[in-house]
Design a protein. Structure first.
Length: 332
C-alpha cells in the first residue's frame, strides 16, 4: 500500500509499494524488509502477506516534532488491528473526521477504506508499531458466529461505516505482547510458517475481541475516576519498568506517582488487569525471553541480569509463564 507523505513545506515522499496487492493472495508467506530515509526522519518496515492477511511492523524516528500529511494511493478494503509498542502519535482522518490516538502500550481496531490524514508525532523516542490487516472477506468469515463485539463491528463494515472498533484504546496485555513477539520471531518456513502466522494472527484477534468484551461489560472504574488518575497509573507503570532491576516499594511508587497506595493498587489492576508486581514479573520474563531468543546470552547471564537469585528460580518462573524451560527457548 504506497502512501504519499507530505511535510510542512509540501514536499512529497512515497513510503511503500504494491507489495500488499501482489502478495496478500499468495498461498505461502511473502516477506519484505525495507528502510526509508527522509529529511524529517527515518523508518524501517517489515511486511508479510499471505492468504487474506497483511502484517506490518516497524518504527518511525523523527529528528524533530513534525506534522505530516498522509494520502494512501490505493483504497485497500482491510480491517486493521493496531498496536503501539512505543512512542506517541495521533492521526486526524479527513475522510471521516475521526481522530486516532496512538499511545504506548495501547491497541485499537479500525476500518477506514479511504485514508487521507494529518499526523502529529513526537521526536522523544522512536514510534514503534505492529499492525495486522485482514481482508474484509476473511474478517467476515472470522467474525461469523464469534463474539458479539466482532459480529457488531462486521455489521458496521457491511453497512459501509468507517469506524473505530471502540472509541477508546485499551492496554496491550502480556498475552498480546507474547503473540506479537512470536510473530516477529517466527523461524518456520514454507507451509509451517503460513499455518503458524495465521494461527497467531487469529489468536491475537481473539485476545483483542475479548479485551473489548471485558471492557464493555465492566462497571465504571472505582479507583481511576478521572483522566488524571489514569495518567498517574501510567506514570507509575513507566517508572516501575524504568527501574525494573531496583523497583521501589508500593508506598514509594505511590508517592512518586502522587497518589495513595490504595489507588495505586486498585487503579493498576483496573488499567492493566494485573497487580503492580505481577506486571513487573511478567515484564522481566518477557525481556528475558527476548534475550534468549537473540541467542547471544547464556541462561545464567539472563537470570543474573533480571535479578533472579538462581538459575533454578528463573527456570521455574519461566516454565510457569511460558510452558517450557528457558533451555528449550534458547535451543529453538
Amino acid at each position: 500500500m504506497p502512501i504519499n507523505i507530505y511535510d510542512d513545506a509540501g514536499r512529497r515522499y512515497t513510503l511503500g509499494d504494491n507489495f500488499y496487492q501482489e502478495a496478500i493472495g499468495s498461498p505461502l508467506v511473502r516477506e519484505r524488509r525495507d528502510t526509508f530515509s527522509f529529511p524529517f526522519g527515518d523508518s524501517s518496515v517489515v511486511r508479510l502477506a499471505f492468504a487474506g492477511i497483511y502484517i506490518v511492523y516497524g518504527d518511525l524516528f523523527l529528528r524533530e516534532s513534525r506534522t505530516l500529511h498522509f494520502e494512501m494511493l490505493e483504497e485497500p478494503d482491510l480491517v486493521e488491528m493496531h498496536f503501539t509498542l512505543s512512542g506517541h502519535g495521533s492521526l486526524f482522518s479527513h475522510t471521516n473526521g475521526h481522530e486516532y490516538l496512538f499511545k504506548e502500550n495501547e491497541h485499537s481496531m479500525h476500518y477506514v477504506p479511504q485514508f487521507v490524514a494529518t499526523g502529529e508525532y513526537l521526536p522523544d523516542k522512536p514510534y514503534k508499531f505492529f499492525e495486522i490487516h485482514f481482508t474484509t472477506r476473511f474478517f467476515f468469515e472470522l467474525a461469523k458466529d464469534s463474539s458479539p463485539a466482532l459480529i457488531e463491528f462486521a455489521q458496521k463494515i457491511e453497512n459501509g461505516s468507517s469506524s473505530e472498533f471502540l472509541g477508546e484504546n485499551l492496554p496491550i496485555s502480556f498475552p498480546m505482547h507474547q503473540c506479537i513477539t512470536e510473530i516477529m520471531h517466527c523461524k518456520f518456513t514454507g507451509g509451517l510458517k503460513l499455518l503458524f502466522l495465521q494461527s497467531k494472527c487469529i489468536e491475537l484477534l481473539a485476545l483483542q475481541a475479548q479485551a473489548y468484551e471485558d471492557a464493555a461489560g465492566k462497571t465504571p472504574n472505582t479507583a481511576c475516576r478521572t483522566g488524571y488518575d489514569k495518567d498517574r497509573i501510567h506514570y507509575a507503570k513507566d517508572y516501575l519498568l524504568q527501574h525494573a532491576l531496583q523497583p521501589p516499594s508500593l508506598s514509594q511508587l505511590a508517592k512518586l506517582a502522587g497518589i495513595n497506595e490504595f489507588k495505586l493498587k486498585q487503579g493498576f489492576k483496573e488499567v492493566f488487569n494485573n497487580t503492580v508486581f505481577g506486571y513487573l514479573s511478567d515484564y522481566k520474563l518477557y525481556q528475558a525471553r527476548e534475550e534468549l531468543l537473540s541467542g547471544q546470552t547464556s541462561i545464567k547471564d539472563v537470570a543474573d541480569t533480571w535479578g533472579y537469585s538462581s538459575v533454578q528460580h528463573f527456570s521455574t518462573a519461566f516454565r510457569k509463564k511460558f510452558g517450557a524451560p528457558p533451555g528449550k527457548i534458547k535451543a529453538a
